[in-house]
Design a protein around this ligand. Structure first.
Ligand code: HEC
Length: 173
């Protein structure tokens, strides 16, 4: 399922991933017969997506090794600092402020810069994680994050939002 992280800039790739997501959703309903199919598809999906990415002439932005590493680092940071409130891109405290594009747009947080700012300084009941986050009451009592880390997070969140949060990987750790 790591492949879900690797998709960058190729909006047309949302199709195979949303199929994958549907399967996952079906699985949650515990339909026994479907479960077998789902298992089959889940096993097949990553190589299919991989092949699609490699072969696809549509993609004008090939994903470089460095980008993959960045996305994975962003994912790791997300699991460490954000997943408590934003599991799978949701928002357990404020359900109308998820990390899905629809909410991000409505709330004016749909650019990497805006996501960076919210993550750095916080907003409402979300604490800021930046080293120079101000005022103190708005900032996390936990570990602060470096500027570079917040940048990776902003990239990760934006990418995930663009793809409709395809990766269920974020739930694993
Ligand atoms: C303690 C819970 C909590 C944690 C941890 C948390 N957030 Fe949030 N987040 C919120 C809340 C609550 C909001 C809504 C704030 C508002 O709009 O007033 C929010 C909003 C956001 C938004 C804007 C969403 C929108 O639709 O307006 C982004 C982007 C965001 N968080 C990113 C992050 C990132 C990245 C991390 C990890 C570094 C993180 N959050 C950690 C609670 C949290």
């Amino acid at each position: 399922m790591k492949m879900a992280f690797l998709i960058s800039g190729c909006t047309r790739h949302t199709q195979p991933l949303s199929i994958n997501k549907d399967n996952v959703m079906r699985e949650e309903k515990h339909v026994p017969r479907r479960a077998i199919e789902v298992k089959f598809f889940k096993r097949l999906a990553p190589p299919l997506v991989a092949a699609f990415l490699v072969l696809s002439p549509i993609s004008t932005t090939p994903v470089s090794g460095a980008q993959i590493v960045d996305i994975q680092r962003g994912g790791t940071l997300f699991r460490q600092a954000c997943i408590g409130c934003h599991d799978a891109g949701g928002n357990i405290i404020q359900p109308a402020s998820t990390l899905f594009t629809k909410d991000l747009q409505r709330n004016g947080v749909d650019t990497e810069e805006a996501i960076y700012r919210v993550t750095y300084y916080g907003k409402g009941r979300m604490p800021g994680f930046g080293k120079e986050c101000m005022p103190r009451g708005q900032c996390t009592f936990g570990a602060r994050l470096g500027d570079e880390e917040i940048k990776l997070l902003a990239e990760f969140v934006k990418l995930q939002a663009d793809q409709g949060w395809p990766s269920i990987e974020t739930r694993e750790k």
